[in-house]
Design a protein around this ligand. Structure first.
Ligand code: 9MR
Length: 487
């Protein structure tokens, strides 16, 4: 990538030297991973772990290790897998995940203690009396939480306890033990490991649904009763389809996270995936990337959103094709563990913040700069470094490093809005705002005022050529080598 960039930047040895130092970031040697960028922002980035793949697939193990600082056993801690027969414990697969996490300094989210699914038949087949069932649940919670005390930092104590209409789900637990089972479960878990964070986890509450209202009221009431509940997990299983329903792009995730944080609990995205209706095409993969980016942005925007977990890191091991026939390709890495647009978007969503960089036009090797009040392209150097100040997802003000003088759409002349000027920066005005839109191996700089792209007049390659706004199709792109998350 860096090498091909150098080959683009022109002929003169001096120019090549200047651009080379300007575009290669000091950190180029160590490529940023989801883990490094998330850690830099104090966020736990996690993945559900397929225990069989962990055992057999080195490539998978490496991805898990380098890309994530949190893991959730996808199935290994479910009741059916740890106590298939009464009193017969089979911890090996869960233990393997916890050991792996310890070796690699990863947090473990324990999943899950009380659920209507993943039950051994001796629990679900009705052979236990109500009293025996309650005792079995208490023993299950205490045994499991104690075993991993100090090693599992967070537990999904209760999972999917709400119905779509916001009332409690008519599960075996509600029917046999009554609604008090939820408070009991949290209290038993707290007693078994007072240091673990205890969560309620559910799906379909990421936007304004009756279920979200039910979940909100439940958490509020439990807290008011002094039940030890520390967090709310939003599973965030999502999908891309055509036409897109309003809820799909997760436009309300941020406000939902904020709403629940207002109850004084932590919040987390616990099972993020974005499934596609098969067959896959480029458009769907791009739309999927946007949803991953949005989820990352939503969590980062809410101080109490402490972790963001993918429900599988790769299409190679996925619950989707069998769980939702006709759908698939839901995860950030493909079946060969290669990076999909979703991975790149997720990473850049995690790094979306102010940065300084040169902006090198790929057609000319010259840098976006100013000459007086005129926006021009100039030979690249330290004076051409620009501050990109984030105002919204992918949207920036572009200014001199002091943040005083900004790139701005010029006053329209004879109704033509194509000029660019330098002006004192002003917040909240779209004339000063540009979207960085990935294109080819760079970014288009798209004016929020008129959706046109920044380009040298007549595609000039000359130093000093004036910059203007032109229709975006076919516009040369800009290389922003120091943009965070730059692939
Ligand atoms: O991904 C899990 C799949 O492998 C299991 O067969 C299934 C049943 O145990 O559970 C899947 O994970 C679910 C999670 O535990 C709770 N939320 C929904 C997840 C996807 O179905």
């Amino acid at each position: 990538m860096k090498l091909s960039l150098l080959s683009l930047v022109g002929t003169g040895a001096v120019l090549l030297g200047v651009v080379a130092t300007a575009v290669i970031p000091a950190s180029a040697a160590a490529e940023e991973t989801l883990r490094t960028v998330a850690a830099a922002r104090n966020l736990r980035i996690g993945a559900a772990v397929n225990d069989r793949a962990l055992e057999t697939d080195n490539g998978y193990r490496d991805k898990l290790k380098y890309e994530f600082n949190s893991v959730t056993p996808e199935n290994a801690m479910k009741w059916v897998n740890v106590e298939p027969e009464p009193g017969v414990y089979t911890w090996a697969r869960a233990d393997a995940i916890v050991s792996f996490a310890q070796e690699n300094k990863q947090m473990v989210r324990g999943h899950t203690l009380v659920w209507h699914g993943g039950l051994p038949t001796w629990v679900s087949n009705g052979s236990l009396s109500d009293q025996e069932l309650r005792a079995a649940l208490q023993r299950h919670i205490q045994t499991t939480v104690k075993r991993y005390a100090g090693r599992v930092a967070v537990w999904d104590v209760v999972n999917e306890v709400l119905a779509e209409d916001g009332t409690l789900r008519q599960s075996i637990w509600l029917k046999r033990l009554g609604p008090g089972y939820i408070a009991d479960a949290f209290r038993w878990a707290r007693a078994a490991d007072p240091s673990a964070k205890l969560y309620i986890n559910d799906f379909g509450a990421e936007w304004s649904t009756p279920k979200r209202a039910g979940l909100y009221n439940l958490v509020r009431d439990l807290r008011a009763q002094g039940v030890p509940i520390d967090g709310v997990g939003f599973q965030t299983h999502s999908l891309i389809q055509d036409p897109m329903p309003d809820t799909t792009p997760l436009t309300q995730l941020k406000s939902t996270l904020q709403l629940f944080a207002g109850l004084g609990v932590d919040v987390a995205v616990t099972e993020l995936d974005v499934r596609l209706k098969l067959p896959v095409d480029e458009g769907k993969l791009a739309a999927q990337g946007e949803v991953y980016r949005r989820a990352a942005g939503a969590c980062l925007a809410v101080a109490r959103c402490v972790s963001l977990t993918m429900w599988s890191l790769t299409d190679k091991y996925s619950w989707v094709p069998s769980g939702v026939p006709g759908w698939g390709a839901a995860h950030p890495l493909d079946e060969k563990l290669g990076k999909k647009p979703a991975y790149l978007q997720l990473r850049s969503g995690l790094t979306d913040r102010d940065f300084t960089s040169n902006a090198v036009a790929s057609h000319s090797g010259k840098c976006l700069s100013f000459s007086g009040t005129q926006a021009v392209q100039a030979v690249c150097g330290a004076d051409q470094r620009l501050l990109f100040r984030r105002v919204a997802t992918k949207t920036y003000q572009i200014s001199d490093p002091s943040g005083d003088q900004c790139l701005k759409v010029g006053t329209p002349r004879a109704g033509i809005q194509n000029t660019l000027t330098r002006a004192r920066c002003a917040p909240g005005i779209t004339d000063y705002q540009f979207e960085l839109r990935p294109s080819g191996d760079g970014q288009q700089l798209v004016s929020l005022s008129n959706s046109r792209c920044v380009a040298a007049k007549d595609q000039s390659t000359a130093a000093g050529a004036v910059l203007e706004l032109v229709p975006c199709s076919g516009t040369p792109v800009w290389q922003l080598a120091d943009m965070p998350g730059h692939p």
